[in-house]
Design a protein around this ligand. Structure first.
Ligand SMILES: *Cc1c(COP(=O)(O)O)cnc(C)c1O
Length: 375
């Protein structure tokens, strides 16, 4: 008999597909929509999420590291898989063995691929990453020409695409993205045979707020999982058709107890009851992705009503006040993320309390708990 955890993450494959189709309708019909499935698909499960997106028509997938790409390929995904975070040169052969697409940002990696290409007698297409203003990965715009010439002179390696990344596309009012996009387009125009290259730079913010930055491919992450890159502002700005959050997270009430007025709760007694209080003890804590930053400010749903967190969140336990909620019993379902009755808690509201973003909440919940999928 298999034993399952009290804590359960559920992912809706239907919501993932809805989001894919909605974003597809916002991008150029000739363009491609790459699904970013790094970080185990932002906590949604890389393989299952990729299969869902594939079912909606996706043929391009992006991951951070080589090992994720190998795992995705071995799972049976036969489409394009891009590795965005470079690789250890000793592993160059894996790009050929598993037919993976390297995104490169230094000469040594290109040379390592050229060497492996000649050893295997197999050609490989690479994408060049250019830093147009993020100051993160990528070669600088003034280096592009040198790189293009170097790649051109190498046997076995050819330039298949060129890309960049936006640091501020989640700010619809900022002119930065427009300027950066123009800079990117200008520099690609200088490359010989530019029209044969796949050019891509837009993330979710680019797709939603700067559709003109679409180029030949866009790379969606957070929006595929149902969230706007600018959080609740994005929800408020949303058109009639909106993204659907795909993840929910539930636990169960472990114990119910009544404490007198003036009782300290949890480590450090950072909460003291101001009246006789009924507490529900929940088997969830920071080990399960329920950030300690939510101590004394988080909320959960029980019997459709909001129950505030009392005191510090522990490694595996959290106390919530259920004095105002009738008939709460051990075993009752508790919603940490998602809907119950008329109420909903989103990753945006949780993130705001943690001074973070939905991305982190989804990764924390999804990658620290048992997940199940439903359609
Ligand atoms: C993660 C990532 C994206 C997706 O960003 P979102 O804001 O989640 O849409 C796009 N491109 C690159 C290179 C990334 O690393």
């Amino acid at each position: 008999m298999s034993v399952s955890s009290f804590n359960q993450v559920t992912v809706s494959s239907e919501a993932l597909q809805h989001n894919y189709c909605l974003l597809r309708s916002r991008t150029a019909p000739t363009g491609r929509l790459l699904a970013m499935v790094k970080a185990d698909a932002y906590g949604h499960g890389m393989v299952e999420a990729a299969r869902s997106f594939r079912g909606a028509g996706c043929r391009d997938f992006g991951v951070a590291e080589l090992l994720e790409g190998v795992r995705l390929r071995k799972s049976g995904i036969e489409d394009n898989i891009y590795i965005f975070l470079g690789f250890d040169h000793a592993n160059s052969e894996l790009f050929f063995k598993y037919n993976l697409i390297p995104v490169v940002f230094d000469m040594a990696s290109i040379q390592a691929l050229a060497k492996e290409s000649s050893r295997q007698n197999k050609a490989i297409g690479i994408h060049l990453k250019v830093d147009c203003g993020m100051s993160r990965l990528g070669i600088l715009p003034e280096e592009v020409e040198k790189y293009v010439q170097a790649i051109d002179s190498m046997e076995g390696v050819s330039l298949a695409g060129i890309c960049s990344h936006f640091p501020r596309a989640d700010e619809p009012e900022s002119s930065h993205t427009v300027e950066q996009n123009e800079k990117f387009i200008k520099l690609t125009e200088k490359i010989p045979l530019a029209s044969t290259l796949i050019k891509h730079t837009a993330n979710s913010g680019g797709i939603l707020y700067f559709p003109e930055s679409g180029c030949d491919m866009v790379r969606a992450g957070i929006s595929l999982y149902g969230y706007y890159p600018d959080g609740q502002d994005g929800v408020a700005r949303g058109k009639k058709k909106t993204l659907q959050p795909a993840m929910s997270f539930t636990t169960k009430v472990l114990q119910i107890k009544t404490i007198p007025e003036g009782a300290g709760v949890s480590y450090g007694h950072t909460y003291t009851s101001s009246r006789q209080t009924r507490l529900a003890v929940l088997p969830v804590g920071y080990e399960d992705g329920m950030s300690r930053a939510l101590s004394n400010c988080g909320e959960v749903l029980i019997r459709g009503k909001r129950a505030p967190v009392c005191g510090r969140i522990c490694m595996n336990l959290t106390m919530v006040d259920v004095t105002e909620i009738e008939n709460v019993l051990p075993g009752d379902e508790v919603v940490i993320l998602g809907s119950q009755g008329q109420n909903t808690i989103t990753a945006d509201t949780i993130a705001e309390k943690m001074n973070s973003i939905s991305y982190e909440v989804l990764c924390q919940f999804g990658n620290n708990n048992q997940r199940k999928y439903h359609t």
